[in-house]
Each structure stands twice: as structure tokens, then as C-alpha cells.
Design a protein around this ligand. Structure first.
Ligand SMILES: *Cc1c(COP(=O)(O)O)cnc(C)c1O
Length: 394
């Protein structure tokens, strides 16, 4: 029961989204997935337990048979992992308490092998940048652009890390070209913004696909989680790190994420249609000096305003001024003040995150209501300031 049977035929993404990780339910006479809150599991066979623990210590493979202890694995969380692996088209996925816990586990798994050096492309999510730059886990980072990756590799390079589209500028990298430049060094692609609906980095050569599941996978702003989709060999090492360091995902969060996945394709497509329209209107608006919207689409927009970005944040009424993204409702934030505040100001600006940049996570509201709110926030305040400037010359 703990091991969920693998499907034998390929199914479309929308079908997997509502069925993967749930294939055994009908046979059990269930419809909604059960939530298993057990931290421990009874066993009268301690010889068998010993053998299962030995096997886990060797390969990190999911223990066969009944679960042992919550830190080794949980059946509800395993359903989410199975489903996400199916959507990303990887052999396995390993879930963590947050996106940062997931990235930490990857870094620890590599540095435990003596591979402490990381090559990374800016911009990355602010805290990922901070974790690498501050060397909090003993790693050393070389920042480069995609063209400089091959040259930056060293014998002790354990990881190449990119985000595409990147947080917060939505800059895109050619994953296939980057994967090629990495040679045998694993490429980690943070796929939080695109989701498997728009892009499956493993198909393009990324060995590790990371998500802040807090964002689109959960999709409702009420669950914090992270996940790495990868091959079974790497997944084994990540499970061992998770077991030993404890950054496990709570089963209730696993349940909510599985539920979130079932509407992921519909949410991403609907929010992307809204975002494409808002990006078009912003690009035509004289109060906006630049709009960044990815070629692959998506529900995120970044834009620079002519006026004061703080006034835009203060001016929204329907849109929520808050960090984070990927929820059913629209959020706006000022990266230089919040999501990327922890990155050194020069590094931040060098990565294209200007002080006038705003990041919009477009939700499922009616697009006309969203535009009316943005128009008001840009017009009444920023517009007024612009006129004031024109008059006073400041
Ligand atoms: C939010 C985010 C993270 C960190 O995830 P948490 O779940 O907040 O720990 C990592 N990468 C990207 C692109 C993000 O947006």
C-alpha cells in the first residue's frame, strides 16, 4: 500500500493531474485520498524492520512494505511525490517542508560528496541567492551568465543552478543549451514559475527540478512546501538527507498539495490568459517603462514604472500587496524591498532587478477588474506624481 503502483501507459498532463498518486483508490473503495497522520507504525517483525532500515541506509529507496517512522516517509506525502514526478516526467520526487528545505537538501547531498562548489546564474529567488552567497551550508558559489557556465566548472563543482523564468525578472535561459554546458555536473532548474504545465526541464536535460510547492503547486496560498523531481538515484540521497536532517513535509500539507495538483493545468492556463492580457495593456501604457513577460507565457509579470513603485503598492485595492505568488488571487510586491531585499543592492541591480521593478502574480479574477485596479494604482498616484514632476521639474 505504501508503494503506489506505476501506470503502464502514458496519459496526458491534465489526466495525470487528477489521477496520478490516486491510482489505487478505487480498488480500496475510496474516492478522496486518505490522510495518514501516524508518526510511527507498529511492527511485530523487528528482523524485517532491521532489514528495511539497512536497505534505506544503503540506497535511500522507499522502504518496502509498511512505513517505519514519519521521518523516513509518509503514505500521503508519497502520493503527492508520485503525482509530481509523473507531471515532471521524472522517476521520482522528494518533498520537503519548504522550497528552501528542498534546496538545502540538494546542497547538503552534494557537499557530503566533497562537491561544495556551485555555479549559478542570476537572478535567482532572493533567499536562494542568499543561501549560496552567504555560504551558510559551506558551499562556495561562482556567479556567471549561461554562456560562462562551462568555463566556471571546477573538479569540485557539485551543482549548476538556474531559474527559468527567473524570479523576479522573468529572464529565461535556454535549458537545453545550459544542460549541455554542464557536462556530467547535475543541472538544477527551479521550475517554480513555469510549473510542469508550461515546461518540463527534465526533458531538456536538467537532472534536478526544484519547486517551491508553496506557490503554484499548492495554488491557494495556504500550504508551505518544497519538492525536487529527479532520477531515483538522486532521490535516494535526498531521502537520506531528509531523514537525517528532518525537513519533512507534514501529511496534511501533502494532502493539500495533491489536491492542488488536480487543478494545476486549469489554474495555470486561466491565470496565464489574464497575465498575457495585462502584460499587453501594461506594455502600451505610458506610466510603465518596461514589461517583462516570458516567451513561454505564464501568470507572472514584471514591470518597471515611471513613477514611485511604493505608491503603486500603496494604491492597489483588489490586488493584495504581498510577497509570494502562485495563488488563485493576484498579488503584487516590490522585489527590491521584499523578495530580493536580502541580496546585496549592487548584485541585485546587476541581475536586472531595478528599484522600479514590480512583480505581479496574476490570479483568477476577471481581467477587467484586475486592470481597473492596476489602472487606479498607476494613475491616481504615480500619474499624479509624474504630472507634479513635470510641473516642478523634480
Ligand atoms: C518562493 C521560492 C522559493 C523558496 O520556496 P519556499 O517554499 O518559500 O521556501 C524558491 N524558488 C523560487 C523561484 C521561489 O519563488
Amino acid at each position: 500500500m505504501f508503494t503506489i503502483p506505476v501506470m503502464d501507459s502514458a496519459r496526458a498532463l491534465a489526466t495525470e493531474a487528477v489521477h496520478a498518486g490516486r491510482d489505487d483508490l478505487a480498488r480500496q473503495g475510496l474516492h478522496a485520498p486518505p490522510i495518514d497522520l501516524s508518526t510511527t507504525y507498529p511492527s511485530y517483525d523487528s528482523r524485517g524492520e532491521a532489514a528495511r532500515i539497512d536497505a534505506f541506509a544503503t540506497t535511500g529507496a522507499e522502504p518496502e512494505g509498511p512505513p517505519v517512522y514519519g521521518r523516513l516517509g509518509n503514505p500521503t506525502v508519497a502520493r503527492f511525490e508520485t503525482a509530481l514526478a509523473r507531471l515532471e516526467d521524472t522517476e521520482a520526487a522528494v518533498a520537503f517542508a519548504s522550497g528552501m528545505a528542498a534546496l538545502s537538501a540538494v546542497l547538503l547531498a552534494r557537499s557530503a560528496m566533497g562537491l561544495r562548489h556551485v555555479v549559478a546564474v542570476r537572478p535567482l529567488y532572493g533567499c536562494s541567492d542568499h543561501l549560496l552567497t552567504a555560504g551558510l551550508l559551506g558551499s562556495e558559489v561562482t556567479w556567471t551568465d549561461p554562456a560562462g557556465i562551462a568555463e566556471a566548472l571546477r573538479p569540485d563543482t557539485g551543482l549548476v543552478m538556474v531559474e527559468s523564468p527567473a524570479n523576479p525578472t522573468l529572464a529565461e535561459v535556454d535549458l537545453r543549451a545550459v544542460a549541455h554546458a554542464c557536462g556530467s555536473v547535475p543541472l538544477l532548474a527551479d521550475n517554480t514559475f513555469a510549473t510542469p504545465v508550461l515546461q518540463r526541464p527534465a526533458e531538456q536535460g536538467a537532472r534536478l527540478v526544484l519547486h517551491s510547492a508553496t506557490k503554484y503547486l499548492g495554488g491557494h496560498g495556504d500550504v508551505m512546501a518544497g519538492v525536487v523531481a529527479c532520477d531515483e538515484e538522486f532521490a535516494g540521497r535526498l531521502r537520506q538527507v531528509r531523514f537525517a536532517t528532518g525537513g519533512v513535509l507534514h501529511p496534511l500539507a501533502g494532502y493539500l498539495l495533491l489536491r492542488g495538483l488536480s487543478t494545476l493545468p486549469v489554474r495555470v492556463r486561466a491565470a496565464s490568459a489574464n497575465a498575457a492580457e495585462l502584460a499587453r495593456r501594461l506594455a502600451a501604457d505610458p506610466r510603465v517603462s518596461g514589461v517583462h513577460y516570458p516567451r513561454i507565457g505564464g501568470a507572472m509579470i514584471a514591470f518597471e514604472v515611471e513613477g514611485d513603485p511604493h505608491e503603486v503598492i500603496a494604491g492597489v485595492r483588489l490586488i493584495t500587496p504581498a510577497v509570494s505568488l502562485g495563488s488563485v488571487d493576484t498579488l503584487i510586491q516590490h522585489p527590491a524591498s521584499i523578495s530580493h531585499r536580502i541580496v546585496d543592492a549592487d548584485d541585485r541591480r546587476g541581475a536586472g532587478v531595478s528599484d522600479r521593478l514590480l512583480r505581479l502574480s496574476v490570479g483568477l479574477e476577471d481581467v477587467e477588474d484586475l486592470w481597473a485596479d492596476l489602472d487606479g494604482a498607476l494613475g491616481e498616484r504615480t500619474g499624479a506624481r509624474l504630472r507634479e514632476r513635470a510641473v516642478t521639474g523634480v
